[in-house]
Design a protein around this ligand. Structure first.
Ligand code: SF4
Length: 296
């Protein structure tokens, strides 16, 4: 047992965003009837939460496992391209759709912009996002082969522009880099003779995401030690824990209580934070574990 119990605070701004919370609730409600529920892809990038859902009856599958046997399929908050829905309709599968309303609106805007380009015979739809990310796959699928994906400012500089541009970002993209990308593309378009009014930059980064960066900065600065709880596959977790480490070098990333080390010394305060995919119960378990280190 250590002496001098530190103040332990769980970051009020950490944990599931509303889209993920809604998806988890839809799973819980759907499982109540005891029928099989096949979840297409990981609902959250958090192994502990996935194990909990599996224990409650959810089964996780990938696209290659879509068949008649997957009689009821759950679509996560990231959304899916129209192609997936068509496939599910063809298979006669019941669809439980938990696509986040924010993502749904973005998909619709992208589809409308791509249709406008097609109808007018000019213009370009550009998405700033991470290649291969499930949300990005769903966004690109709104107009297959007609959308340009970029993931860096270098790619923005190399983009060929000769007419109207419709720029969108993945909802979880970095706000700072998106601003840079938007500036580069706007300048390029105007230099190439495009009217400024023909450059449409949509602020599509989810506000729940953009507010997290300043919040973690403030939270990490006020504690002696920060424990950041996140699954290894969470890109949002890597991004936010990176900010916490910048502000507070005594930041440690763990995926669960068994990874917690002897890091507390004579710390007067310990802050516990997490990604948008980190469940509240896991941050609470970490808090209890640390408290026990000092009291048992
Ligand atoms: S981060 Fe925003 S857009 Fe993405 S699932 Fe959560 S609420 Fe929806």
């Amino acid at each position: 047992m250590k002496t001098g119990v530190p103040i332990i605070e769980i970051d009020a701004s950490a944990g599931f965003c509303s889209g993920v919370n809604r998806a988890i609730k839809i799973i819980a409600d759907s499982l109540e009837d005891g029928k099989p529920l096949f979840c297409l892809g990981d609902v959250v990038h958090n192994e502990a939460e996935l194990q909990r859902l599996e224990k409650n009856g959810a089964r996780f599958i990938d696209h290659s496992q879509l068949s008649e046997t997957a009689s009821r399929v759950f679509i996560r908050a990231h959304g899916e391209p129209p192609e997936t829905y068509n496939k599910l309709t063809g298979l006669g599968t019941e669809v439980i759709d938990a696509t986040c309303p924010v993502v749904l609106r973005l998909q619709q805007k992208i589809r409308i912009a791509a249709e406008k380009c097609l109808h007018e015979g000019r213009g370009k739809v550009v998405i700033f996002g991470k290649p291969g990310h499930p949300e990005v796959i769903g966004l690109l699928g709104q107009a297959p082969g007609k959308i340009t994906l970029i993931s860096t400012t270098e790619q923005a500089r190399e983009l060929e522009i000769s007419g109207p541009v419709y720029l969108f970002a993945q909802t979880t993209a970095s706000e700072d880099i998106y601003k840079e990308v938007a500036d580069i593309i706007t300048r390029k378009a105007i230099l190439s003779g495009t009217e400024p009014s023909d450059v449409a930059v949509t602020s599509s980064i989810c506000r729940q995401m953009s507010q997290r960066a300043p919040a973690i900065r403030e939270f990490a600065a006020k504690h002696d030690v920060v424990i950041f709880v996140s699954g290894s596959a969470s890109s949002n977790g890597k991004y936010l824990s990176g900010i916490a480490k910048e502000v507070n070098p005594h930041t440690y990333v763990v995926s669960g209580v068994n990874e917690i080390g002897d890091w507390f010394g004579d710390a007067a305060s310990v802050g516990i934070s997490g990604a948008t995919s980190t469940p509240q119960w896991l941050m609470q378990a970490v808090a209890t574990h640390i408290e026990n280190l000092f009291t048992k």
